[in-house]
Design a protein around this ligand. Structure first.
Ligand code: ADP
Ligand code: MG
Length: 385
């Protein structure tokens, strides 16, 4: 009956052949930031037909401005999209499935400075809250209703784990950085599942509890990165929300995972020291395996190469009944041109579907980049008006 549930609940997802897996790959284009000097917008959302929702991203070719590349997604969210809109469209619909026992996994993928952390964590103001606090809020609301509707017969508990993967090592974010072992936490296989040995699991009763734990853990992440003279954008942060529903002796367990991925830019271009090279290799490999897994799930392949990286292995990506949503964050600006293109190319299902010739006169000018990420000057082209 799971197949039916899944098919009904997700008419737009691709259903995998044997397990009940679906995957959506969507893009979110962030707005210009007030302090940004580069105002040359080159990434645009588009629809296949007038009146249809946006599913395409258009970007000029870096080699020939007259050529335009188009990438297709399951959905594209343009600059004005609010946190609430993104959450309602791409995450809220899966809460029901989570309570039906399916696992839900949400990734934010993209170049540093494109809005991954904004999308997942967001700001402190209510309207700015990202996917993670909204997800938790939805979980508690549903839990309360479920317990009430069952006259207390069903109990629902929530437990959190939060860890990061840095240089292919796993670190518990609920532990203070000074307690970290340099080798990270070991993995162990049991019943076909991969467990992180010694990973803290904190019971979390309500949204207040969550906010306290989440802030504490995020501070641990920053402190740990600073100690290593690194940046937290060089690690993957994985929040796991374990939901346990108990009715009599029936127990149903499911997991929602929210992942703020390491920046997808190639830092070898700008920073050549040895540590950064090691980091880059680890990031590239894990992002590559992730995109291979997403590809395989969306094609309905039997073999999903989830064992080939630590992150996909711990997540058992594609091994359970569940839904995966990949949000590709994009900055619309010219200063991100090459990194944006490579993230569009890598993000699996985002296939380049067409190349269009457009008419444009071009001039060359230099635009300094203000945001973090691979910084420095880049040669840019702008149409004459
Ligand atoms: P990343 O985590 O991918 O490196 P951030 O989430 O830190 O990127 O975003 C970079 C900057 O852009 C931050 O100052 C963030 O607040 C801002 N930003 C990102 N997305 C949006 C958005 N949709 N609306 C407003 N500001 C945004
Ligand atoms: Mg970030």
């Amino acid at each position: 009956h799971l197949a039916t549930i899944n098919a009904l609940a997700f008419p737009h997802g691709q259903l995998a052949a044997r397990l009940n897996m679906s995957v959506r790959v969507v893009a979110r284009i962030r707005p210009l930031l007030p302090q940004e000097l580069d105002k040359d917008i080159i990434v645009h959302a588009a629809s296949t037909e007038d009146g249809k929702p946006d599913t395409l991203v258009r970007i000029p070719s870096p080699k020939n401005e007259a050529e335009e590349f188009t990438f297709a997604f399951n959905g594209v969210y343009d600059q004005p999209t609010t946190q609430e809109e993104l959450f309602s469209a791409e995450v809220a619909p899966h809460l029901k499935s989570l309570f039906q026992g399916l696992d839900v996994t949400i990734f934010a993928y993209g170049v540093t400075g494109t809005g991954k952390t904004h999308t997942m964590r967001g700001g402190l103001k209510l309207a700015d809250r990202g996917v993670i606090p909204r997800l938790l809020s939805g979980v508690y609301r549903r839990s309360k209703k479920m317990m009430k509707d069952s006259n207390g017969e069903t109990t629902v508990t929530v437990a959190l784990s939060y860890y990061e993967i840095y240089n292919d090592k796993v670190f518990d974010l609920f532990e203070p950085p000074e307690k970290r072992l340099p080798a990270g936490l070991p993995l162990r296989e049991a019943n076909g599942k991969t467990n992180v040995v010694g990973l803290t699991e904190r019971p979390c009763e309500d949204l207040k509890d969550f906010e306290r734990l989440y802030i504490e853990a995020n501070n641990n992440r920053i402190t740990a990165a600073t100690k290593l003279n690194a940046h937290s954008s060089r690690s993957h942060a994985i929040l796991r929300v374990k939901l346990t529903q108990t009715t009599g002796d029936m127990v149903r367990e499911s997991t929602a995972s929210a992942i703020d991925l390491a920046g997808s830019e190639d830092n070898r271009r700008t920073e050549n020291n040895k540590e950064r090279l090691v980091e880059s290799a680890a990031i590239n490999k894990s992002l590559f395996v992730l995109s291979q897994c997403i590809d395989a799930i969306s094609r309905g392949d039997r073999r999903i190469p989830f064992r080939e990286s630590k992150m996909t292995r711990i997540l058992s990506l594609g091994q359970n009944n569940g839904i995966t949503v990949m949000i590709l964050n994009l900055a619309p600006l010219r200063s991100y041109h090459l990194d944006t293109l490579s993230s569009l190319n890598v993000s699996s299902r985002a296939k380049r579907i067409e190349v269009r010739e457009i008419e444009n006169e071009i001039v060359y000018k230099q635009v300094p980049r203000t945001n973090s990420g691979s910084s420095g000057l880049s040669v840019t082209r702008q149409p004459l008006r």
